[in-house]
Design a protein around this ligand. Sequence first.
Ligand SMILES: Nc1ncnc2c1ncn2[C@@H]1O[C@H](COP(=O)(O)OP(=O)(O)OP(=O)(O)O)[C@@H](O)[C@H]1O
Length: 732
Amino acid sequence: MPSRPFPANPSSLTPRPPSFLTKTRVLFLALTISASLVILASIIYFLYHLWHSLVHRAKTIPFDSSAPLKLQRFSYKELKNASNDFDASNVIGKGGSGTVFRGILRSGKLIAIKRLDALSLQTEREFQNELQILGGLRSPFLVTLLGYCVEKNNRILVYEYMPNKSLQESLFGDGVSSLSWERRFEVILDVTRALEFLHLGCDPPVIHGDIKPSNVLLDFDYRAKISDFGLSRIKVEGEFGVDMFSQDLGKSQELWKSQELSGNLTAETPTVSTPVESSAHEVDFALALQASSSSKNSRSCYYNAKALNLNSVNYNANIATESDVIRSGGNNAKGKEVSIVDFGGDGWNHKFVPYDDEPPCSIDHSKELNSNNTSSPVDEALDAKQWGKDWWWRQDGSGELCSKDYVMEWIGSQICPSTNPDWDEGKKTIQEKVEGEEHSTALDELEEGNEPHLQGFGFKHSDKVFEKKESRWRRNCKKKPRKMQEWWREEHLAEISKKKGSSSSSKLKSLETKWKKGFKIPHFDLGRRFYFRRRKNFAEQSQNECDENGEFSFRRGWKKNKNNHSVGSDMWSGDLFSRELSSTTSMRGTLCYVAPEYGGCGYLMEKADIYSLGVLILVIVSGRRPLHVLASPMKLEKANLISWCRQLAQAGNVLELVDEKLKDEYNKDQASLCINLAITCLQKMPELRPDIGEIVRILRGEMDLPPLPFEFSPSPPSKLYSRSRRKHKVTD
Ligand SMILES: Nc1ncnc2c1ncn2[C@@H]1O[C@H](COP(=O)(O)OP(=O)(O)OP(=O)(O)O)[C@@H](O)[C@H]1O
């Protein structure tokens, strides 16, 4: 008998209610639809990004600083031959960082060869900047960097040759054949196009950082091209303009520390094929500089550059105080010592010892870097990064003292009747004015004790003629506060004495004696780039050495150039001044061209270039230097180009600023447009300055000039109006 089938689970036999089936179906459908929607959205998102990046790329040049265009590597011999053994007759210019020679390659191509001065951290930094930034850019408005040479301590850059040299020569050179208005206007247009390319055409944007006449070179047809990217920045991280040199500092410092911890700071120096292939070396230089500037108590910093991964340069970046070296007997170092910064002895000696001549030495900078060991590694990394951003203008732990103020004070002191033949005319008013103000009378005070030195500094022209006036002036000056001198005395001597201790007390004494006698603070070449940097042989550099070929660079300190071919050096250089500044805070840029917000205390942004452009435009239009106090008789109010321009604008007569050499042969509309544009670029608040896109459009006549800032305006609007306008502009 067939067995009855086992009844299935009664529940399975129960037919599912239709509602359940529907629910499942709906759920399945919903899931499918949402999944497809997600997939679709992802595809759209991906496509959008692809499209966006393609469109963006089409507009800007993707700028990868680590992968510059192919540059030719020249051998030293090749360049030596090209320049006839770097013959003096081939010198075409001399800047703060090196000498420029004319050269001819075997192919017959003319080149400009810039041989950088003795290897130093600064030189190296500029060399790297030039290679990594200019080397990665090509534009008809930028001087083309053709190649480089790295051999032993030689750092050479090779550029396209610019037959008409720089705008500095054209405007202020010997036997100046005056630039016509058309050429001047073209130069202004070219410079703005160059900046347009850098700020808007490059991705990320590049900030030049040193726009001035000597960095505007002129080709055969007097078309202008921008050069010298030694101070340039690549704007990264959205908002901040970060130095190539310091942007990776945090990273590298972490790396460096971890290497140190793991005992891995060895002499096994990485071999790198080209300077541009390495991205770490500049960072380690920053470290080295930081250490040098922060090691308040160290008398020497031994630089051992591991990460200076230059071709044929193998050394360890590592830094130690002298005491560390002594303690370890000089045996710790596994790398090679490349340079020594000696804060002892006669002052701020900065000795760079050829790395290949020196024995290995001990390096242990960990104490300096890790002086506060309580912080976490993350904090340290952050600190390091922040530190990296600030190092340039923080020296010796002297806080945030803004060098600009000091410089400005000094400039104030330079506008002095002894050097200004025209002073007599407005003497009364000026005397009253100066007495009423806090202007330092440093120069006059200094002049008192050191008359013979004046000649060396270029005061000889006016000495005899104004002897009487001077003595009268000095009598007046005696009553005034010796602000700058006192400042120097307090800050500098105290600092030196602290640093050197008793061992150098005799030198300090002699310095103080000199001080009592009265130092001369000569004029320095305004318009030259300045850095604060420790200068070799502090005491040795007597003022008598100063000659009219000397140049002042805060980067280099004062230096005597026997073969100085650079023009515009009628503003003499200041040895003492450079030392004063070098020992306090740091700053970079070119005096009078550097934007106020960047006066040693801020980030370099596009608007800093705009400010420099404003100064440059005024210089081009007027044919005057921004600060013109010595070269020719003039009224005091004309000495400062910007304030003179402001006065003219208020009087509604800006065209008086136009170079007299042009006579009436210039386009008045263009000239007043340029001057008014410059005025808008020179506004103190960066956000009020137009951006480069607007400037180009204004110059092309495609956009109206914004209303002049009220302080420049002939008829200043009411405070209320001006305030609201400003507010409006800021919110724009
Ligand atoms: N490619 C070039 N072709 C022709 N002349 C050049 C070229 N490059 C530089 N020069 C000349 O050499 C001079 C010095 O240039 P360099 O860039 O070394 O210094 P600078 O800009 O005057 O000063 P600093 O480097 O201190 O800012 C220029 O003013 C210019 O006359």
